[in-house]
Design a protein around this ligand. Structure first.
Ligand code: OTU
Length: 646
């Protein structure tokens, strides 16, 4: 929302802009309203009577953090509260990008605003931009600071200018909060290395292997190829430290309330820089317990709720995205359940839907997708999804085994098939992906590769086969057309909008060569962008196709209705059919053909739903009205229809 709009809303609702005293009063009201729950959560995590003094510290910290928030942001918070669930608007369309790889730095990014606007993007997820080690740093997910901008990207001023420009243009900004770990160069880690026992308590450090070995009995490995095991020996400290991710990422010890207080300060300071959505990275891992996988533990949920409630009190316009790439029934819990319902994260990645879409691409069938969606409980009214095809990470095959079995497939063999299909182990497959973190012990592996390469464009271009190129373009638009029509915020991975292929340059970089996720972190191809207007290339077809779908999404009221979706069994396993705004005259029926052959759908269902009248149907995407032929509607391979009740 821009300044003029904020002012208008405010004056509309409360007559005139609020005084600072009024803003402070509202903060106190929020604190009073949430106090009991905050207190209960705090003492359930830190039960000792010894922790009373820490709770007092928290009570002192909250007003202090509020006082550090700018008046402009406080007014924006208020506006958003009055709007109610602002993040559920159907207008948001997101893009995720690495600033350095996309355009160099923050100043240059500001100049790209017209590019985002031309595509219809108004929500940006910038990959980490704060200080990080100069050596391996996991693409910035190893942090030396939570708030200081790394000079590679520019200065604090550049960032302030950028956020001001975003606010002015109504662009929502999402940044990461790497809440589970810091780098081994973070000030706390440096103090710990120097032997400071207080800061050694900020991490899970041990004098010998006794406890680490006990943890290892049940801890899985996240990066088994590059960082086997979950502990690293620190020669400086002469202690073992827990490092669930890379050996240079030290897990924070949240059983220590000082860690919570310090991280809450970092969280609010980051929010106070003008960030609208905070992505809680790897939040499933926040609490560790011997004898468990140390993922998705109840205490992790309590801790997230505690962060969230404190953030709500200080900065109620800022919301949290759960990066929980875990089993379907676990993801849903990050919206909060029981007494915490609606009190954890407002948004979560729809990782199940994403993985199921890729499963449908490989199998050309949609049964698993429909089955999985049906078996996921609906989300709280105040929450929403981020829908995506690709992100900077791997594609994990996180389906529920029972769902795979329900399709008549053997779960292990099926996962193996998907890995083979996407990672060039099957001659006939059009996909050109790479395996990420193959674990020979478990046979598990994940998939990387750009959307375009995974969908066959790279191979088709190599073969110079125009019909295959068109088919790959069709698949890209079909997948994006699906997520642009599902409830939640669609997120386009930068590069996908111009169908960028795998980037193999990482193989020549020693810091990156072991991490095949870099294959899908391309340097943005601005030369291709400048050639888009000729409208002849495959990139142009994808870009203008997406631009058109985004514009249609924004025009259509039914997409804003954030959870009105109904999946239909159209009697053809290759087709995905779902309805938005069911029952309303403004509803839309989405049909997508995952097969490489034309498929037909019986029109009786479509007539019953009101999308065929007098033997005709209207496709919003190309604006045509067509006659049904002999009771059947035919979809070419990779075709996508958005039917309206014309
Ligand atoms: C996240 O992802 C980030 O998205 C990654 O880029 C980071 O490397 C990582 O955290 C560490 O900060 O392991 O391969 O099960 O899949 O949290 C991706 C959840 C990751 C993990 C996910 C993690």
């Amino acid at each position: 929302m821009n300044q003029a709009a904020i002012h208008k809303t405010l004056t509309g609702h409360i007559g005139k802009a609020p005084t600072n005293a009024k803003l402070k009063g509202l903060f106190e009201t929020r604190l009073a309203a949430n106090y009991t729950l905050i207190q209960d959560l705090f003492f359930s995590l830190y039960p000792d009577s010894a922790h009373k003094q820490h709770f007092t510290k928290l009570q002192d910290l909250l007003p202090e953090l509020f006082s550090r928030r700018s008046r402009e942001l406080k007014i924006q918070d208020l506006t958003r509260q009055m709007e109610g669930n602002w993040y559920q608007s159907g207008d948001w369309v997101g893009m995720q990008l690495y600033v350095d790889r996309f355009c160099g730095n923050l100043k240059a990014l500001e100049e790209k605003i017209p590019y985002f606007e031309s595509l219809g993007i108004n929500f940006l997820h910038l990959m980490p931009i704060t200080k990080r080690p100069s050596g391996p740093n996991d693409g910035g997910y190893s942090v030396n600071s939570y708030t200081e901008i790394d000079p590679v990207f520019g200065t604090a001023r550049d960032f302030d200018r950028l956020t001001a420009a975003f606010r002015d243009k109504g662009i929502c900004l999402m940044l990461d909060f790497v809440v589970n770990h810091t780098s081994d160069e973070f000030p706390w880690a440096l103090k710990a290395k120097r032997g400071n026992p207080e800061f050694q308590e900020f991490y899970y450090t041990f004098p010998d292997r006794n406890l680490p070995d006990l943890y290892e009995l049940s801890l899985p490995e996240v990066f088994p190829e590059t960082s086997p095991g979950n502990f690293t020996y620190s020669p400086e400290m002469r202690r073992w430290v827990m490092t669930v991710f890379n050996s240079y990422q030290w897990d924070l010890n949240y059983t220590n309330p000082e860690v919570f207080l310090a991280m809450l300060t970092n969280l609010v300071d980051l929010s106070n820089k003008g960030v609208d959505v905070i992505r809680f990275d790897a939040l499933a891992f926040l609490w560790k317990k011997i004898g468990t996988t140390s993922q998705n533990l109840p205490e992790a949920h309590q801790l997230i709720a505690l962060f969230r409630l404190c953030l709500q009190v200080v900065a109620p316009g800022v919301i949290i995205l759960a990066e929980a790439i875990v089993a379907p029934h676990e993801i849903i819990k990050y919206f909060g359940k029981g007494i915490l319902k609606g009190n954890e994260c407002e948004i979560a990645y729809n990782a199940t839907f994403m993985a199921c879409l890729w499963n449908s691409v490989a199998t050309k069938k949609t049964g698993l997708l429909r089955h999985s969606i049906k078996n996921i409980p609906t989300i709280p009214d105040s929450c929403t999804w981020i829908n995506y095809i690709r992100c900077h990470d791997d594609i994990g095959l996180g389906f529920d085994d029972s769902h795979i079995a329900a399709m008549g497939w053997d779960p292990q063999a099926h996962r193996r098939f998907l890995l083979d299909y996407f990672c060039q182990r099957m001659e006939w497959s059009p996909a050109k992906g790479a395996v990420f973190m193959y674990n020979p012990l478990t046979g598990d592996g994940r998939i990387t590769g750009s959307t375009a390469s995974l969908l066959g464009l790279e191979k088709a271009l190599e073969e110079g086969d125009d019909s295959k190129i068109d088919l790959a373009v069709g698949r890209i638009l079909m997948l994006y057309g699906i997520i642009l029509a599902t409830p939640g915020i669609p997120l386009i991975y930068a590069g996908d909008e111009i169908a960028m292929l795998n980037d193999y340059s990482y193989m020549a970089e020693p810091d990156k060569v072991m991490d095949s996720r870099w294959i899908n972190r391309p340097i943005h191809d601005w030369e291709t962008v400048s050639g888009l207007p000729s409208k002849k290339s495959h990139s142009s077809k994808v870009f203008y196709g997406l631009q058109h779908l985004i514009a249609l999404r924004k025009q259509k009221g039914c997409f804003a209705d954030h959870y009105n979706i109904q999946f239909h069994d159209a009697g053809n396993e290759h087709l995905l059919v779902f309805e938005r705004g069911a029952g309303s005259s403004k509803g839309i029926l989405v049909l997508a053909n995952f097969d490489d052959s034309p498929q037909v759908v019986n029109t009786s269902l479509l007539s019953a739903l009101g999308f065929i009248k007098n033997g005709k149907y209207h496709n919003l995407i190309d604006g045509t009205t067509r006659q049904v032929q002999s009771g059947l509607l035919e979809l070419p391979p990779a075709d996508l229809l958005w039917l309206t009740k014309y």
